[in-house]
Design a protein around this ligand. Structure first.
Ligand code: AP5
Length: 233
């Protein structure tokens, strides 16, 4: 069940709830929010397909900059490998630049951004967020998800050794992210609780926060995410 909102159902039933909550339009952006390993990347593809909005993952952008060996990428690598957040000014600069591209004019899907209140404040000045989909997963489930994650470097597909095994034909080329180890994930979780989790209240106060139960199988999470996305229509 989408906890905050029976919003989709109400919207489909034509119920107007006072404010602009249901006057959302497809030109607005969506934020995918949640702890590391919650399943943001896993669910992003279906949202992109359903909405046509491009996915903007700050983690992917930072990893690309690191692989390219840019000064920013090399500086970010130190934070990422320690499981700490990259400084706000770097992230905000990246986002400002990305939003200038032509595919971003009808709203985008932010994946892993914003992650601090200053990032959310900066975002509110340059884009309109219409929906925050928060995939909620307890800490006890996170370590197993992160340590078992494998990525296909050719397609970007995300797998898990137990929960979502790769087909045999791609198994040989799978890689594991350098920060996907037990030690770093504990730092990432600590950063999430101290710096990112307070954003939940920030977005709740703006009536944008829709909580999803992420502690169920991938398809069940996907069904709740799809219902949440429906509220944008
Ligand atoms: P980033 O790349 O954004 O990592 P993250 O937020 O830690 O998120 P993940 O990519 O680890 O997880 P996910 O939620 O996408 O889960 P996934 O779908 O892959 O950031 C990396 C680093 O970059 C940060 O630590 C920081 O240093 C820096 N950074 C990035 N953005 C920043 C920002 N805005 N500000 C500052 N610093 C920033 O799923 C995980 C695994 O679980 C997979 O194996 C998947 O198959 C499996 N899985 C998914 N759903 C389920 C399910 N329902 N049941 C069982 N298994 C599941």
């Amino acid at each position: 069940m989408v906890s905050k909102s029976n919003a989709g159902q109400w919207a489909r039933a034509g119920v107007l709830i006072g404010s602009s909550r249901f006057a959302l339009t497809m030109s607005q952006s969506i934020v995918l929010f949640g702890p590391p390993g919650a399943g943001k990347g896993t669910q992003a593809r279906a949202i992109v397909e359903a909405t046509g909005k491009p996915q903007i993952s700050t983690g992917d952008m930072l990893r690309a900059a690191t692989a390219a060996g840019t000064p920013m990428g090399l500086a970010a690598k130190v934070y990422m490998e320690a499981g700490e957040l990259v400084p706000d000014e770097v992230i905000i600069g990246l986002i400002e630049e990305r939003l200038r591209q032509s595919d971003a004019t009808d709203g985008v899907l932010f994946d892993g951004f914003p992650r601090t209140i200053p990032q959310a404040e900066a975002l509110s000045e340059i884009a309109t967020v219409g929906l925050v989909i928060a995939i909620e997963v307890p800490d006890r489930a996170i370590v197993e998800r992160i340590v078992g994650r494998r990525m296909d470097p050719e397609t970007g597909d995300i797998y898990h050794v137990t929960f979502n095994p790769a087909p045999p034909e791609v198994a040989d080329r799978l890689i594991q992210r350098k920060d996907d180890n037990e030690e770093t994930v504990l730092s990432r979780l600590a950063a999430y609780h101290s710096q990112t989790a307070p954003l939940a209240e920030w977005y709740r106060a703006r009536d944008l926060y829709t909580a999803i139960n992420g502690n169920q199988d991938i398809a069940a999470v996907g069904a709740e995410v799809a219902a949440a996305v429906e509220t944008l229509r």
